[in-house]
Design a protein around this ligand. Sequence first.
Ligand code: HEM
Length: 463
Amino acid sequence: TDTKPIPAPPGWPLVGNAFDFDTELPLRTFQNFAEQYGEIYRMHLPSGSPMVVSSHALVHELCDEKRFRKPVAGALAEIRNGVHDGLFTAREEEANWGIAHRILMPAFGPASIQGMFTEMHEIASQLALKWARHGEDTPIMVTDDFTRLTLDTLALCTMNFRFNSYYHDELHPFIAAMGDFLTESGARATRPSVMSVLYQQANRKYWEDIEVLRRTAQSVLDTRRKHPTGRKDLVSAMLEGVDPKTGQKLSDSSIIDNLITFLIAGHETTSGLLSFAFYLLIKHPEAYRKAQDEVDSVIGKGPIKVEHMNKLPYIAAVLRETLRLCPTIPVIARQAREDTVIGDGKYLIKKDERLVLLLAQSHLDPKVYGETAKDFVPERMLDDSFERLTKEFPDCWKPFGTGMRACIGRPFAWQEAVLVMAMLLQNFDFSLDDPTYELQYKQTLTTKPKNFHMRASLRDGLT
Ligand code: HEM
């Protein structure tokens, strides 16, 4: 067959393109190469030679579960050192993935998530109270406070554990260890292995951090066993749940893997989403007004209730559009099951070869989103048009990943994000601390805004 060679940016012997990475923002390197080399190109890295794909058409093809699957390589393989075959880092063929997935799916289903509303509401109210006390003259470190919110929410709802992050300037040792572990996992993935001797101290710290994470999770488990509460949450689902297919239960070590996994996968992503959403709203006063009007007319001044959650279509559209422009997990990976050809016969992909799906770029494809692809237009994400769009262009919006390895925490994240947006818009008017601020990115494993500070002034009293 007449396949075409896949373009590749020139690299160096041994290290390939490893030093081409913008160390602060690897995503920018991927995007710059995409502008230069087009919808598919190959990079040479010490850990392999993945291809990077950025058009909707190719992303759609790679979402085909029959021909492609999720590989566990790069940063994921490093995270796996800490959480083994937990849901996020398991290989397809590993039995523990299926067992945990089947046991946990119901615990992440709509009914269970609605059952977490009261606790989500409590943590969100604490944030509103904190910002109200700050007063309108204090700059708010938006992303830091949203990260406190999402971590505390996750830990409380899923394992009845209180980090009480709002009350500390210093991060809880678990949180510090997790942050360092994630950053180091990313760094290890781009570092040539020949150089690992130069990083002995970092390596030692990395394994110590893993110990901190596992010890903390073990103590959550021990506490629950010693003081059974009758709570229905993820810990009880994992302790008691029986896999309907194999009849097996989860081992302690598997429960610990997954507890840490939820904290890893479920807090920065949602915190980044909320941060980007507020940035985009402030920069688009018309959309801001519509979102706030919706909250005022649907909820008014009273308490927010779980019934309101699916009655806020404009807020939902704002969140979808935010994840399109700023997907907080900006890339996912796929791997060919067999030799195959993609792109209408153009590109040969060999069995097991890895491809990076650059969602941050495929979400901007003008063939799908037209001339306004780079603009913030929540209207295109209102339920009806969103449905039409994703029907006409399947896989054009993939911030939660794809196929059987798509995000299990999506309903959790969604309820939390809708609730927090609604509560904050109901109670405050927001503005930029520095009116000239333009979006900058910070990337660890996820992306979030950098140096983004807001001011919050109370509209009336707190509701
Ligand atoms: C998987 C995004 C919130 C738990 C994923 C994947 C993406 C994603 C893209 C697929 C990763 C891959 O293909 O390698 C997001 C976004 C979120 C969010 C954008 C928030 C806006 C959450 C929350 C939780 C969570 C709140 C937990 C409570 C997980 C888990 C997986 C996963 C366990 C692995 C699923 C599997 O492979 O079986 N997420 N996520 N996520 N997410 Fe989320």
